[in-house]
Design a protein around this ligand. Sequence first.
Ligand code: USQ
Length: 385
Amino acid sequence: MKTVIVLGCDGYIGHALTLRLLEKGYEVYGIDDFQRRKNVAEMKSFSATAIQTPEERHKIFQKIGRFHFLKIHLAEIYLGQMLGFLKGTDPIAIVNLAQMPSAPFSMKSCQHTIQSTNNNIDATLNVLYWMKEFAPDAQLVQIGTMGEYDPAAGTDIPEGTFDLEWNGKIAKNVIFPRRPGSFYHASKVASTYLIDCASRWWNISATDIMQGVVYGNWTPEIEKYNCHTRLDSDESFGTVINRFVVQAIIQHPLTVFGEGEQKRGYLALNDSVQCLMLAIENPPKKGEYRTWNQLDTVYAVNELAKIVQAVFGNHNWPVDIKKIPTPRAERTDNFHYVPYTEKLKELGFKPSRNITDEIEYLYKVLFSQNLSDLWDVAVPKITWK
Ligand code: USQ
């Protein structure tokens, strides 16, 4: 039986990935400190899907397969506890989803910036040191973000590295320039360089994934075990499609930021999990640092709002769209955004969920829930200024 360690197994993607791994017969060691639950409560929000307590989740996991759990804050020097928990394991992969994933949350105050960057950078360093000593042959699968790049850079966005031509000379495989859009995104840029160092100095194998915006809540395992992952809609932890769907349910106008022409790459939760499994099951060569862009389709925010409006319209459910000033430091006009996504396709990635079907699914899951209290978290209050 192969072992995978999932850091952040209680989070939005970590929960869905843990279910998939157990269903496929992997032994899973999960670590989490329930920070996401705490941070969402701090936003005075809650998951729109009804989710189980950690204890209830663990019972479900343990019915499916071999699941072990440790509650620990990975950004602290903890080695004793973690060593005891993972002693004797021989993982093929450590998937690092134990990250504070929100740009707005990281911009809320100095304390939130430090909390976010400390969590993301120090946890990554701890994991790298642990791997160096105890799992040198495992692969690190790290969730980075497409937001490490400047979306409006003006050039196409290659997958991680490129050949830099300067003054008539060419440097091969240079890390493509980063220009993060928040302190959260900057913490992921830092992790990219830390992992690249560990790979060059310690021969650690790593897949550093530049992931786009994930949305939705369906995976076959979530359906089979009736075990939803969370679905946030507050300004910090709700990604835009999830926010728009919840706003539509509570009949709040969809909050398009600025002109709404800003483009990003999106992928459904089930496809994010599919890609992570491809990374786990197709490891890089020993000591290789590889990176790819993980997304399905590029949309402008205006297009997303219209798609949500149309799906709800089919249910005779009227939805308004309202443009509000963007609270972020971002371009919201129409710009060139062409990220390459060849590497995942080479590994066999085929999108499994269409955006309309996923929104339709969310409508069915959510429409009977009482979500009116989420009205108060619809309009953003955190600004970059
Ligand atoms: N947006 C709106 N209205 C809203 C919320 C967002 O117009 O009510 C717009 C934003 O201005 C932005 C786009 O939608 O242009 C995406 O925003 P988001 O909040 O869905 O996503 P973002 O802040 O970019 O972060 C999310 C995840 C993060 C991940 C990132 C990938 O929270 O963990 O790294 O997506 S990417 O966007 O490619 O950097």
